[in-house]
Write a protein that binds this ligand. Sequence first.
Ligand SMILES: [Zn+2]
Length: 462
Amino acid sequence: MSIRSVLPAAGALIALSISALSGADPVPDAAPPAAVIAAITRDIRPEQIEASVRTLVSFGTRHTLSDAKDPKRGVGAARRWIRAEFERCSKAAGGRLVVTDDAFVAEPGPRIAAPTEIVNVVATLPGEQPASRDRLIVVSGHYDSMPSDVMDSKSDAPGADDDASGTAAVLAAACAMAKHHFDATLVFMAVAGEEQGLVGATHWANEARRRNADIAAMLDNDIVGSSHAEDGSVEKGRIRLFAEGVPAHAALTDAERQRIATGGENDSPARELARFVRETAAEHVPGFAVDVVYRRDRYLRGGDHIPFLEAGYPAVRFTEAHEDFHHQHQNVRVENGVQYGDLPTYVDPQYTANVARVNAATLAALALAPAAPRGVVIDTVRLENDTTLRWEPNREPDVAGYRVRYRRTTAPDWEVTRDVGNVTQVTLHGVSKDDFLFGVEAVDRDGNHSPATYPAPYRPAR
Ligand SMILES: [Zn+2]
């Protein structure tokens, strides 16, 4: 299925008037994907981001252990406002977002003093192509905050950058995307309990794994608000994207071991997703670069993408280019002339809006596209200087074909793209499988393409 828009872009309006003249069904459809993504990124406004950040800060603290009943201050007031925001955007788009609370009680632990209700606020935009709607694309920010002491639920903890910025980016993306139509299902999440040990995200990711949910991608936005660093330098045109290669867990799966054994340590699903994000941003958010970092997260820090990685899903983390640690996890105070505290004045709404646009463009590109091909193998039957790749056919009815991408083993990005047609096997003559890294992507009728799948080696049993 291609995309249809409630408010069609200019191209679709022309198509609509032509079809009306010819007596055809006047339902607007098939706005080109680039026009849909342009409309979405245009609808993400810095003023809206700034208003969201300031409202979230106005709750004083959003500490997970703060009073959830207070109507004005604390984590409960914050989540009720987030829920109302998702619902307002849904209403503006004809009620298309399904807004729910994912609530559960966290038992006492190192950072949780007493049994505490944790609530993730989740807005789902259901996919519309039957063969695609079970595929989930997830985006998150965490709305909880903390002051200097992680157990201090009383002091002010404005959490403007960490992570009202990420929450505001998710809200903005949801509002801009709610009126558009996608093949796969989009899940927009504002999660809690991050500072207490990734509690909210872990619950949601584990529940997804338990029901064997098909999560094709997870984007975590945490500390995406500031373009100014501690040393006074400014970086307005770049966001970091942390993407894990070799997983850090002790017991590798057979697939992971095979990937590493064939030189695929940079072709984990998370890194194929990171390549997809970088290419999508370059196309749809010009002047704002995605700087992929080959690392799970920064030193001493870990975010909400980690429980998704540990549940076996491709997950990556956005964080601003330069961090100012005076403004994270600090009581609000002035010391030796230095202002400490995560205050909204240090958030750059233009910068956060660009991060939200990168997210939304990626979410749209993924949800319009087919799934990444499955069962991709590279023949290792004999010694040869060619490359033969095979894969299972995609199930989506709108798949028009496949393309093979490859690069030298030392190159970070794809260097060659070959459209190979609607086939499930191709031999690249004169391209030695020993010298390149390969990926296969599925392409639909509108030109939307999936992220790449790295091939497993195939050798028939004798
Ligand atoms: Zn954070």
